[in-house]
Structure formats: C-alpha cells, structure tokens
Write a protein that binds this ligand. Sequence first.
Ligand code: RP5
Length: 173
Amino acid sequence: MALHKPLVGIVMGSDSDLTVMQAAADILKQFNIEFELTIVSAHRTPLRMVEYAGKAKERGLQVIIAGAGGAAHLPGMIASITTLPVIGVPVKSSNSIDGWDSVLSILQMPNGVPVATVALNAAKNAGILAAQIIGTHHEEVAKNLAAYKQTMQHEVLNKADKLKKDWNNGFDI
Ligand code: RP5
C-alpha cells in the first residue's frame, strides 16, 4: 500500500499534553486525513522547533496544530516561522494556574502573526478546523465534513424529539 504524506502536523510541548491532543488525531483519522504527531518544545528544544516550522511546508504539510500549556509559546513561535496556518490548542497542564495562562499565551498574538486559537483543551475542534482548511481544496474531505455536520444535526433533533416525548411538550418547526 502506498504511504501518503501527512497533510497535518500535530505538535505538542510535552508528552503530558497527549491526553488532550489525542482528540485532534482521532478526528483527523475519522476524516481520513493523514497526519504526523510529535513532541516539539519551544523552551526545551528551541532548535528542533525552528527546524520543524522551517521545513514543514516543503515537507508537504498544509496545516499545523500546536498544543501547549502554561507559558505556551509553541504555537506562536511556529507561526512566526512558517506561512502555513497554525491552529493553537491551549492545554490546561500541570504547570498551568487555571488554564487562562495557556489561553492568553496562545491567543494574544501580535498583528502580523495570527494563531487560530481554539478553546481550552479543545483539540477536537482544532482537528475539525484543520480538516476544514484541507476541505477547501479537497472534495472528499469537504464531503466528509458535510456528513459530519448532518450527523450532529440528527443527533440534536433526536434528543429534542426524546425530550418532547418525555415531557409531552416541545417546539415543532
Ligand atoms: C508545556 O509545559 C508543555 O506543553 C506542557 O503543557 C507543560 C508541562 O510539561 P511537562 O512538565 O509535563 O513536560 O511546555
């Protein structure tokens, strides 16, 4: 079987981020999008970070998902080096006070260097956003995303239906 090149790079500051970041990998698998996953630390392996970000585009990656906690500089620093879109996942890590440190470190980027920041620990949404970026030029991924939205809609409508029956009450459209 031919090996496909990964389109999405998932990087995290530490293996302790994996319990959160795993959700990005899981949803990309669901959408049949090839990805790679590794540890790159802005503070502990700065040269590896520069190398990873510097070579990401020429290696064929189209999006980078970067997760980190506490003084979370990884997504912003990667975004400062590459022209690829970078999605930042703030992780509520062991060194995070309450999660706000991670959120603000990733969110409050200076003009000119954007990071698409998702909610605290929201690696699943990072994966979906990466799929949506790939889906702008990949018809099969776009179809999978449309089907995913349909499924979510049906799930909510089924729940509303159940509530209506349980409470003999509700709203019809
Ligand atoms: C950050 O420090 C990492 O992204 C992780 O969220 C946090 C704690 O790392 P460990 O001390 O668990 O390796 O750089």
